[in-house]
Design a protein around this ligand. Structure first.
Ligand code: KIV
Length: 262
């Protein structure tokens, strides 16, 4: 698949749905590149791979390590790297950390959580040559402050606030926007209110594309399966079955037979 650019991504507004999936390493990025338009090195890796309860302890160094691995696995795929919690509290630290992503990895863009309150910061990054993906609605980095993961867009007031957030992020220069955990009808209104593609996760089908966390959609992450996650395979069962078979063959000395022996 030909690598997308900021320009061709923007052209996908109201066009062919954009397929985004998270990737954290070269191994899976290589497998996803055939089907994914965009790979997101999400800080969700801190939960599924790091074993933590939320994304908040992710560091810039970790994101840089994983972004490099993903770019190596899928060198011809557009890659967005999440900016972790606490790395974009003000314009100068946000720019310094975004510059680290560009200097230390080949990733194409960074993602920042937040709406109108982050517009000036997004503008500062864009004005300094950084391509920014916005992220509004349910913000995983706010889970402790909000006391849980709360679906957004349940009232007209919240709907209008999400539309204002999307427009502020678009006007600040973001080229794409992720909308998470929002009532489907409201997410459609948000998508219709901006000219940049809006990518949904738990936000229904009235948007310009979808993103899922890969370990969720492959059924690998067992602790919690959100309602919006469709598991396209039972990865956990497949892996457990394979490892149990390996165990049995090792213990019974069936493996390795002469076929696997020098
Ligand atoms: O970190 C992540 O994987 C994300 C997705 C949930 C969009 O931000």
């Amino acid at each position: 698949m030909k690598k997308l650019t900021i320009g061709t991504i923007k052209q996908r507004k109201n066009d062919k749905a954009i397929v985004m999936i998270t990737a954290y390493d070269a191994l899976f990025a290589r497998l996803f590149q055939e089907s994914a338009d965009i790979l997101l090195v999400g800080d969700s890796l801190n939960m599924s791979f790091g074993g933590n309860l939320d994304t908040l302890s992710t560091t810039m160094d970790q994101m840089i390590y994983h972004a490099n691995a993903v770019c190596k696995g899928a060198p011809d795929t557009f890659v967005i790297c999440d900016m972790p919690f606490g790395t974009y509290n003000d314009q100068s630290s946000a720019l310094a950390n975004a510059i680290r992503v560009y200097r230390e990895t080949p990733a194409d863009a960074v993602k920042i959580e937040g709406g109108a309150d982050k517009a000036l910061l997004v503008k500062h990054l864009v004005n300094n040559g950084i391509a920014v993906c916005g992220h509004i609605g349910l913000l995983p980095q706010s889970v402790r402050a909000e006391g849980g993961y709360k679906v957004k867009g349940k009232s007209e007031e919240e709907a209008l606030s999400l539309i204002a957030d999307a427009q502020a992020i678009e006007n600040a220069g973001a080229f794409i926007l992720v909308i998470e955990g929002v009532k489907a009808d409201v997410a459609s209104r948000v998508a219709a209110s901006v000219r940049i593609p809006v990518i949904g996760i738990g936000a229904g089908n009235g948007v310009d594309g979808q993103v899922l966390v890969f370990s969720d959609m492959l059924g690998l992450y067992e602790p919690f399966v959100p309602k919006f996650v469709k598991q396209y395979m039972n990865g956990a069962a497949a892996v457990k079955h394979a490892v149990a078979e390996y165990k049995s063959e090792v213990q019974s000395k069936v493996f390795p037979d002469e076929h696997y022996t020098y």
